[in-house]
Design a protein. Structure first.
Lengths: 237, 237
DNA sequence: TAATGCCTCCCTATTTTGGGGGAGGGTGAA
DNA sequence: TTCACCCTCCCCCAAAATAGGGAGGCATTA
């Protein structure tokens, strides 16, 4: 790789603390001459972790207003696989426009490139680079660094997963094949009776699987069990 | 990028048919002097799609025996984020050993490197390179090409997503804020009564939201609605 | 061998959802 | 303004799911 990022990438494995992680985002920002570099994620139990160069005021404001729920970047990344150039998103709603204006007020650049990263167990992370630049300059930057940034995002995510593994090693519940089938059918919208028929067993038996799965998944009811099974990746719709 | 793969990567956007996709796997195999290059995936409705250089006999055998359910490579990739070097996997069970022997019988090389790729809506794909080689040679190969292969896998996946999008262009339903809240609470395991209390409205009203969301999502029941909301990304966690 | 986990079936009772109806007031866009 | 969509509330009743409790057979494995 010709890239300026080669040395940076090789240094990532040595990142061992959150402070160091934070420092890495700052280093990358300076190396690339950007305004912001941010990595953040949401894990399967809704905990959030982030490191990056946004001002703490903006982060606080963002969390306070629960912008996660309307941020077009989050929305775009959630629905796509490929990196998202902010300019390509739909900023037409009033709320989105106001959000963008406010973000820029808080020192966020007008151009951004966010890479969605998906891990096991429904893990979802975002790696963002941000700057104030013309459309043409930004295009050129993305052309030059887009692919490398994907690799950097992945390396960051690998690190973040290591941190989590150390913190909260949550054992993925292992459902039996029949339990998986039962939950899968419910996720597809079948009633218990239909699912039982589909599996060629009595509804009573099916119910036992659902209950077992519910307990293994730590779920409060069937809907919750299906939700957890989906978001932890034990079933695929 | 210094890599031999630069030209190859630039050609991927021109891939427009499944035959061409297949040809691309063969081209990559030849370019890198490998025995096999395989891309395959499972989408959100359980359809499978694959292209690669494994013999059709091995693919048939694999599907017939439903090896998907016990293949250690699949298992490893499901649980991890980072690429999997086959040698690092747990091949200790009898079934796994027999599986590996059989695979080699069918012309699969002893060394493999598989990259898990996760997309929106629960999409999960695997990109595998495979060869017969010594451990040291294989290590060297992965050192040299590992990162580029991640990019190649992503480009393949982008193409595969385009193919699917052409097939089944499903418009993402737009739920109202209250509908989203309602569905989110249910996904968290609350009953209608609890969710209503949480939202400060009567249970009757909440029910109206659930029903509206159900219809918008084309769901057969509440559980189905939550499942669809999660897997299409309209709600998080 | 004993233990564990899986698969299958059954009971009763209570609680929760689902599918139909309604009604009124608000906001935003064409 | 009219139209559409959102938010809020209410009725009834049938259907489905939930929470407990059982039981036996069949693998695998410690």
């Amino acid at each position: 790789m010709k890239s300026t990022l080669e040395n940076f990438l090789e240094a990532i494995p040595q990142v061992n603390t959150l402070e160091h992680f934070q420092a890495a985002t700052e280093e990358l920002r300076d190396k690339l001459g950007l305004e912001h570099v941010v990595y953040h994620w949401v894990n399967s139990v809704g905990e959030r972790f982030g490191a990056g160069t946004y001002s703490s005021e903006w982060v606080d404001r963002y969390l306070e207003k629960d912008y996660l729920r309307m941020d077009p970047v989050i929305f775009g990344c959630f629905q796509r696989f490929t990196p998202v150039n902010w300019k390509q998103l739909d900023w037409s709603t009033k709320a989105a426009k106001a959000f963008l204006v406010e973000a820029i007020d808080f020192g966020v650049g007008n151009q951004g490139y966010t890479i969605p990263i998906r891990g096991p167990h429904g893990q979802f992370a975002l790696f963002t680079v941000n700057n104030t630049a013309s459309d043409a300059d930004w295009e050129a930057f993305i052309d030059a660094y887009g692919r490398d940034l994907i690799i950097v995002g992945h390396e960051f995510n690998k690190k973040a997963l290591e941190f989590e593994a150390g913190d909260t090693a949550l054992p993925t519940p292992s459902l039996s094949p029949r339990e998986l089938m039962a939950i899968s059918y419910l996720a597809k919208g079948l009633s218990r009776a239909q699912a039982a028929q589909e599996m060629g067993i009595s509804e009573h038996t099916l119910r036992v699987y659902i209950e077992a799965a519910r307990h293994k998944l730590g779920a409060l009811n069937t809907t919750h069990a299906v939700a957890r099974a989906l978001s932890t990746g034990v079933i695929i719709v």
